[in-house]
Design a protein around this ligand. Structure first.
Ligand code: SF4
Length: 425
């Protein structure tokens, strides 16, 4: 059963009398468990829908609708699948106390992997989940492989019962499921020869493994530093060389580079980022792989619509990691807009200075950094630093931040989105 949370006006759902609180019980006699069942079972032109209204009345509808016409309702979010692992580098272990409860949940959910590109380890799948992945063809899935050696993977995940990833992926691949994969590189554990073997094994899958990224492990002040550490410059250089050594064969055989180093890996290695063409379709840009080149491309594409800012001073808030790379993005942005962009690198006061990603910046630290600025017309904030409810990791809302500042602030994913319209009067 899934609960309806909202119904759109003039929609099929409204016509049927569905409302917030209506329980969707089954479609064509099959019980509904979550949004996946709903989306896949209602994909037919004709369906039989059994609902329970908030007053307890049970109704069965025979519905005919043109293919593709939405029902017009919103569903309660699925109960998140808990993770079965205990990785030493887990982000949740690295959280300070006192944050929102939801942040302490270790989620590992194949449904969110399919829907939003969240990486999942697939170590908590039940038989029913495996059947659904195959029946609904949930592809591509984003999979945290880390290592194909079962012993190393179990060690990394701290999960002695984690299934062997190679047969697991093979079983899905036989049914046409494809994967984007990642290796979070923990030095001394899954780099070097283990990384080589992992990439060999994933490459051997052929087209079923669409891409693989190598991301250096990120730790906070609160992480288990006695159990894992961040990679050295030399270790990052070695990983980059391992990645790049595979490009000639990948290009020759698959017309794509296939394996990519995260921007952070290049940064830590002290090496220049590859050109934009290396990232092919930017399939893992949300994972910090090719973000700088993607931003440059977006700016170049949208340059014509970014006028109207000549002479303005615009602040760009960023984590200290991207601060080193941002000049490569801001220079073409300044050319396209005529504005002067000033970096505002913010040190993470909640997790400690070693946490340098923009997505984890607390609103309080941003407020402090922006309060110290003078003469800015506008400040752009990384879109990923707030959740769907517009709250920073320290629970400050975007409205709360804006209210205490003497300048306009805008969230932005690619600059073009935030600069496409003028300043508020
Ligand atoms: S897979 Fe590892 S890192 Fe991810 S939530 Fe689980 S324990 Fe944490």
């Amino acid at each position: 059963m899934i609960k309806v949370t909202a119904v759109e006006p003039d929609s099929i759902a409204e016509e049927l009398g569905l409302k917030a609180g209506t329980e969707l019980v089954s479609v064509n006699g099959r019980e509904l468990e979550d949004f996946l069942d709903w989306e896949f079972l209602t994909a037919e032109e004709e369906i039989r829908l059994h609902v329970r209204q908030p007053d307890g009345e049970e109704i069965e509808f025979e519905i005919e609708r043109p293919l593709g016409e939405p029902m017009g309702l919103a569903l309660e979010p699925p109960r998140i699948r808990r993770c079965a692992n205990r990785c030493d580098f887990c982000f949740v272990d690295g959280l300070p106390e006192g944050l929102r409860d939801v942040l302490y949940i270790r989620d590992d959910d194949y449904r969110l992997s399919f829907r939003y590109g969240n990486f999942a380890t697939l170590t908590n799948l039940k038989r029913r989940d495996i059947e659904r992945i195959i029946e609904y063809r949930l592809s591509p899935l984003y999979v945290s492989v880390h290592a194909t050696d079962p012993g190393v993977r179990r060690y990394l995940l701290r999960n002695p019962t984690a299934p062997d990833i190679i047969p697991q992926l093979s079983g899905f691949a036989d049914h046409g499921i494809r994967f984007h994969t990642q290796v979070v590189m923990s030095p001394g554990v899954n780099d070097g020869a283990v990384l080589r073997q992992t990439l060999d094994d994933l490459w051997a899958f052929g087209p079923a493994v669409l891409s693989c990224s190598v991301v250096p492990v990120g730790l906070t002040e609160f992480s288990k530093h006695h159990l894992c550490r961040e990679p050295t410059t030399e270790e990052c250089v070695a990983a980059v060389l391992e990645v790049e050594s595979r490009w000639p064969a990948a290009l020759a055989q698959r017309e794509a580079h296939w394996v990519y180093g995260a921007d952070e890996l290049y940064l830590r290695a002290g090496l220049a980022l590859p050109e934009a063409g290396v990232y092919d379709g930017f399939e893992q840009v949300e994972n910090g792989v090719g973000s700088v080149r993607w931003l440059q491309q977006r700016i170049a594409t949208e340059a014509a619509s970014l006028g109207g800012w000549r002479g303005q001073r615009i602040g760009v808030v960023t984590g200290t990691a991207m601060a080193a790379l941002m000049p490569q993005v801001l220079e073409p942005l300044a050319r396209a807009t005529g504005a002067a962009f000033e970096l505002v690198p913010v040190v993470n006061t909640l997790f400690g200075p070693s946490v340098t990603t923009a997505g984890l910046l607390p609103g309080g630290a941003i407020r402090e950094a922006l309060t110290a600025q003078t003469g800015l017309a506008l400040a752009l904030l990384p879109g990923e630093c707030v959740n769907d409810d517009g709250r920073f990791i320290d629970n400050l809302s975007i409205e709360g931040l804006a209210a205490g500042l003497p300048l306009e602030i805008r969230l932005s994913k690619d600059f073009a989105d935030a600069l496409a319209f003028p300043l508020a009067a």
